[in-house]
Ligand binder design. Structure first.
Ligand code: PGA
Length: 257
């Protein structure tokens, strides 16, 4: 397929792993990556491990085009915020990307639209590329609220950071009912929301609708990635469980090239 936007596959390891598992994964991953290096040259691959393993992962990918991402960030630059990590600390740790507004953070850690907007702004100001996650719950979908929900989630950030900030950001449509459930949105369901999301990135003279990269996330696996990537609206994937298996993650990366 002739893609107008550079594809991107990001692996979100969530709170999983150990030093040993990171080493095992990265050894296999780098091996497979080196074998197919040329096919990965026109795409972005991002690995988002838990904070304690950032430098470990970075030591493996330092000589490749694979990038490092974090799963969370705080909006303050520094100070008495026990347990939090600032954008500049992530930059210092060689991160280029950071996931913001993941539904697990929204639900389990009560992150609000306004907190997410502040985190986005702080990450953007520090030159990190935010991966902003949006998506509806199962109930919201059943009630026909899907587009309304993702619109609210996007606009609450757009109002704070402005449309220009999305020149660098990445969006991830992740229906909550598809995350970790084994149930994937159909390619058509995902494409419908992606098309709608694009329409939100047009304001006055600025039109990023065809420029902003939008990933799909929610039970993406090697077995369903190809159908999803066949949709021109889908620029890649945010992969959870399947990103913990080096071979499967590499297969997903290959399927978009
Ligand atoms: P999953 O997670 O692929 O395990 O469904 C996706 C995500 O939460 O980003």
């Amino acid at each position: 397929m002739n893609r107008i936007r550079k594809p991107i596959i990001a692996g979100n390891w969530k709170m999983q792993g150990s030093r040993q598992k990171v080493d095992d994964f990265m050894t296999l991953f780098i091996n497979g990556y080196e074998k197919n290096k040329t096919s990965f040259s026109n795409m972005d691959i991002v690995i988002c491990p838990p904070f304690p393993y950032l430098s470990e992962v970075h030591s493996y990918i330092a000589k490749t085009t694979v990038e490092l991402g974090a799963q969370n960030v705080y909006f303050e630059a520094e100070g008495a915020f026990t347990g939090e990590v600032s954008p500049s600390m992530l930059v210092d740790s060689s991160c280029r990307y950071v996931i913001i507004g993941h539904s697990e953070r929204r639900k389990l850690f009560n992150e609000t639209d306004s907190l997410i907007a502040r985190k986005f702004q702080a990450a953007y100001d520090a030159s990190l590329t935010p991966i902003l996650c949006v998506g509806e719950t199962e109930t919201e979908r059943k009630q026909g609220q899907t587009l309304k929900v993702v619109q609210r989630q996007c606009e609450s950030v757009l109002e704070v950071v402005g449309i220009e900030a999305f020149k660098k950001a990445v969006l991830a449509y992740e229906p909550v009912w598809a995350i970790g459930t084994g149930i994937t949105a159909t390619p058509e369901q995902a494409a419908e929301v992606h098309t709608f999301l694009r329409s939100l990135f047009k304001s006055g003279t600025v039109d990023l609708s065809e420029q902003v990269r939008i990933l799909y996330g929610g039970s993406v696996k090697a077995s369903n990635a190809e159908q999803l990537f066949a949709q021109t609206q889908i620029d890649g994937a945010l992969v959870g469980a399947a990103s913990l298996n080096a071979e499967e993650f590499l297969t997903i990366c290959r399927l978009i090239t």
